[in-house]
Design a protein around this ligand. Structure first.
Ligand SMILES: NC(=O)c1ccc[n+]([C@@H]2O[C@H](COP(=O)([O-])OP(=O)(O)OC[C@H]3O[C@@H](n4cnc5c(N)ncnc54)[C@H](O)[C@@H]3O)[C@@H](O)[C@H]2O)c1
Length: 378
């Protein structure tokens, strides 16, 4: 469902994720935090929620959420965790679960994840294991979380062995993507989220990629209608894939375009946000995946150039040399890739492309091609 503005852009949209008993809505628009109480109240058995957030989001937006909940008589308690990828770890998971138990959160209650993808993944996992599963609501505050991590039910934390290796599938009961909060994101964080937006065009819709080539600069500059439309199209594409393949037995792997490279780079940079953000790694990974696809003769020569040109035009990282500091050797990076969850029977699975908007999963990528692509990006 979409309401449109006079210039044809969306002003409010709902994407429904029809997963049988786990179905839910993703509301996308403005003013959703101010009306959070009205949105969440129908889910509650008692008018009280436990909110987990990070310190940055708390200082900017927690008072607004408290007021939005209170407007409909919903009380909240809150836990603030440090911001950053290193929060997706055992110590913060146990702190969160124990805090939720201290708050006497019961099976029938709802936990709220209020933040970027780090908070969404961690709190979703905490909700999945608390009392063998309580419901949770995602209020994603970063672009990345609005277009990707808050939808689809993948939750979890990182291990020293690699990204997201500990987790569970646990779908939210509601997602409130209020694009107003994107205004306070640092430019670098906004662009990192854009890495996931552009990924959707690259993996499944040449028309969306073209739309982004035309509209993404104005969207990044702050156009609210364009932001709603970009989030809506991204969420709709993700929802369509998740509904076909909730637990990633097949098609859902397409969402990992660029991620085999990205996860190795994130591990190689110790998840240090100062060096590489997840979405930055995704953008670099997409550029590398298109380069590898071209070298394998799968797609035309102009496809990787067009991907790189758009990422550069948006001011994004594209190559390994754009990452500050030393990286491990190319062979060490390839070794890190083999730790990826997408490894099956020791074979690396890649998402390659026949062209923009036409990605597919394959194990048929010779390691020499990967080595060559990585070497040339250094
Ligand atoms: N579960 C999934 O399907 C899925 C999909 C993609 C990514 N992820 C995960 O998401 C994580 C990355 O998410 P992220 O980029 O949102 O990181 P993040 O949660 O660390 O947020 C990025 C930064 O932006 C700040 N921030 C968030 N909202 C803000 C706002 N409105 N104003 C100002 N600052 C704000 C945060 O405090 C943080 O410093 C990674 O851990 C990645 O693995 C998960």
């Amino acid at each position: 469902m979409t309401k449109t503005s006079p210039n044809g852009g969306a002003t409010q949209a709902t994407v429904h994720v029809p997963l049988d008993t786990r179905a839910y809505d993703v509301q996308i628009g403005t003013g959703l935090i101010a009306s959070a109480g009205a949105q969440i109240l129908p889910l509650l058995r008692r008018p009280k929620v436990a909110v987990v957030t990070d310190e940055n989001v708390a200082s900017l937006h927690l008072d607004a959420l408290r007021a939005g909940l209170a407007a409909d008589g919903v009380e909240m308690t809150s836990l603030k965790l440090p911001a950053g990828e290193s929060t997706k770890s055992w110590p913060h998971l146990s702190k969160t679960v124990e805090w939720l138990l201290d708050q006497k959160v019961e099976r029938g209650d709802v936990v709220v994840a209020f933040g970027g993808g780090v908070i969404g993944d961690l709190v979703g996992f905490a909700a999945a294991i608390l009392r063998r599963g309580v419901r949770f609501v995602q209020i994603p505050t970063s672009l990345l979380a609005q277009v990707d991590s808050s939808v689809g039910g993948k939750t979890g934390i990182n291990a020293p062995h690699g990204k997201n290796l500990i987790g569970a599938f646990h779908q939210p009961s509601l997602v409130l993507a209020d694009v107003d909060v994107l205004a306070t994101l640092q430019t670098r964080d906004f662009l990192a989220g854009y890495g996931e937006v552009v990924k959707y065009g690259l993996l499944g819709s040449a028309a969306f990629f073209e739309w982004l080539e035309e509209n993404a600069p104005a969207m990044a500059a702050g156009d609210v209608d364009l932001r709603i439309e970009a989030v809506r199209r991204s969420v709709q594409m993700k929802a369509d894939i998740v509904v076909r393949d909730e637990t990633e037995q097949g098609d859902r792997a397409l969402l990992n375009l660029g991620h085999t490279f990205c996860h190795a780079l994130e591990t190689a940079t110790d998840y240090a946000s100062s060096r590489l953000l997840h979405g930055e790694g995704v953008a670099i990974g997409c550029a590398l995946a298109f380069e590898a696809s071209m070298r394998l003769g799968l797609c035309a020569q102009e496809a990787p150039s067009r991907v790189r040109a758009h990422l550069r035009a948006m001011g994004m990282k594209v190559d390994l040399r754009d990452i500050d500091g030393e990286l491990p050797s190319t062979d060490a990076l390839i070794e890190l890739m083999s730790q990826d969850k997408k490894v099956i029977d020791g074979q690396l699975r890649f998402i390659m492309a026949r062209g923009i908007g036409d990605a597919f999963v394959t194990t048929d990528v010779p390691v020499d091609v990967v080595r060559g692509v990585l070497e040339d990006a250094r």
